[in-house]
Design a protein around this ligand. Structure first.
Ligand code: NAD
Length: 472
């Protein structure tokens, strides 16, 4: 049974279960208090200050959950969240203004514009791999757009979930933004059955994403689905191999490979395969040292279940680098494997760990066949110096990606982030978050000084003029 806590102080913010009083949240939203610009700015500032005040504890929690190095945790979690909030503080006034759009000739002399309304009470469900920012970065968007929110961090990253709870309870009254903790498979359906949210923003696996989509469909609740997938990384024959090696190693082995947009597997042009693998393995060793288990810059696997799954992948090819592990510390070293069967299970599901299969290709078509076995990846990466190759590769369907880089498209708040088809629906970050958490209301405003009779019956003799108005 969920219990209640209401004191708005850090000292009291340690309860692990909550009574989410959704009716209270609904009535606070209905009061209109969250809608004005000043209120939204104040709340964004409160969130920012609570994060700044708790920076040390957040870093500690991320270390406890995933052994994240402080520098990595700062740039992939805290820094990104603060940058998002700062962008909203800077741009919100402009985003909230009515947005003028053109008006067609048929409606002359009307004017047209969009008004951005909040969606209402939104539900944000987050995963464990970037447990801080994947919870609070969407929350910043929800606040900026004038919503109330319930957030659900992952139970698997419990230290971070605790500090998030502390921040939320300190910064916000619980009838405005509140948090629900616990086993997602129990708590989420329970909440979604008992309350009609106005939007669900879900980040996590495809499998659970489908459940969320179904539950939301019962009440026609719109959803944003930020899912996963197998993101390919291509190294063309003309690529700068040293740069490719560094950037691929960073994208793959940050957070011990537990990144939704990590390169899942490599496709290296046959003509540079040997050279690339040599540079790549030297680069990994340089970045994470010969024994990554003692390296403070290298993370751990989240839990025993995921560890076991990743161990089974190690047996599905020839390990040419790494392959070491320690079950006691949930450690799996950065690992490169070759001679993998494209039909093996490692190639049928997202790896989501530090194991990187490498394939070679000679023609784009050959590589495409491998990619199409897992269509619509969340990300796609291409290393090449050729504009022609760029054009050839860019017509593959994927959520977003990089040319001559990996993963960092996520860190540019000017770019929308999201998947396509299998890898998700909807997008966010910066202005796109504001739009995701808003309803753009279309308004046509028509003056009364002009009211041509052509639109009104009787229509006799008007068809040819109406056709002209439509350009025919
Ligand atoms: P998950 O789907 O297991 O859990 C995500 C959230 O859903 C958690 O809060 C969890 O408590 C809740 N949940 C779990 N089971 C549920 C159920 N049956 N019903 C309702 N809610 C439930 O995902 P995960 O293992 O935490 O995250 C890993 C996956 O997330 C990977 O596939 C990864 O690619 C994806 N991911 C995507 C993004 C993105 O931005 N697109 C970011 C990070 C992770």
């Amino acid at each position: 049974m969920l219990s209640t806590k209401s004191n708005n102080t850090f000292a009291d913010a340690t309860s692990s279960t909550f009574n989410v009083n959704t009716e209270q949240i609904r009535s606070y939203y209905n009061s209109g208090a969250t809608k004005n610009y000043t209120f939204r700015i104040q709340q964004l500032r409160k969130l920012k200050n609570a994060i700044l005040e708790n920076e040390k504890d957040i870093l500690e929690a991320l270390h406890t959950d995933l052994k994240k190095n402080a520098a990595e945790a700062y740039f992939t979690e805290i820094g990104l969240t603060l940058a998002e909030i700062n962008k909203m503080l800077k741009c919100l006034r402009r985003w909230m203004r009515p947005r003028k759009v053109k008006t067609n000739l048929f409606n002359f002399p009307s004017k047209s514009y969009l008004l951005h309304d909040p969606l209402g009470v939104v539900f944000i469900i987050a995963p464990w791999n970037y447990p801080f920012q994947l919870c609070l970065l969407p929350l910043a968007g929800a606040i900026a757009a004038g919503n109330c929110a319930v957030i659900k961090p992952s139970e698997l990253s419990s230290a971070t979930a605790t500090i998030i709870e502390k921040i939320i309870r300190y910064a916000f009254p619980e009838n405005y933004v509140t948090i629900v903790q616990g086993d997602g498979a129990t708590v989420v359906p329970q909440l979604m059955k008992s309350f009609r949210f106005d939007h669900v923003f879900y980040t996590g696996s495809i499998e659970v994403g489908k459940n969320i989509y179904q539950m939301a469909a019962q009440n026609l609740i719109p959803v944003t689905l930020e899912l996963g997938g197998k993101s390919p990384c291509i190294v063309e024959a003309d690529a700068n191999l040293k740069i490719a090696a560094k950037r691929i190693a960073l994208g793959k082995f940050t957070n011990a490979g537990q990144t939704c947009i990590a390169p899942d597997y490599l496709l290296v042009h046959e003509s540079v395969r040997e050279k690339f693998l040599q540079i790549f393995t030297e680069t990994i060793q340089h970045m994470y040292s010969a024994d990554a288990s003692t390296n403070e810059d290298y993370g751990k696997i989240i839990n025993w279940k995921r560890f076991g799954r990743l161990m089974s992948f190690l047996k599905q090819g020839e390990v040419i680098y790494g392959g070491r592990y320690n079950a006691d510390t949930l450690y799996i070293s950065p690992t490169v494997i070759t001679n993998v069967d494209v039909n093996a299970s490692i190639m049928n599901e997202e790896i989501f760990g530090p194991v990187l299969p490498v394939f070679s290709f000679t023609t784009i078509d050959e590589a495409r066949q491998i990619i199409l076995k897992n269509p619509d990846p969340l990300a796609f990466y291409l290393f090449t110096n050729s504009k022609d190759k760029e054009k050839q590769w860019m017509d593959i369907a994927f959520g977003g990606g990089c040319i001559n880089n990996t993963a960092l498209h996520f860190t540019n708040g000017h770019l929308p982030f999201g998947g396509v088809r299998n890898s998700g629906a909807g997008r966010y970050h910066g202005k796109y978050s504001f739009e995701t958490f808003s309803h753009a209301k279309s308004i046509l405003k028509t003056p009364t000084w002009f009211d041509p009779s052509i639109k009104y019956p009787p229509y006799e003799g008007k068809l040819k003029w109406l056709k002209k108005l439509f350009g025919y």
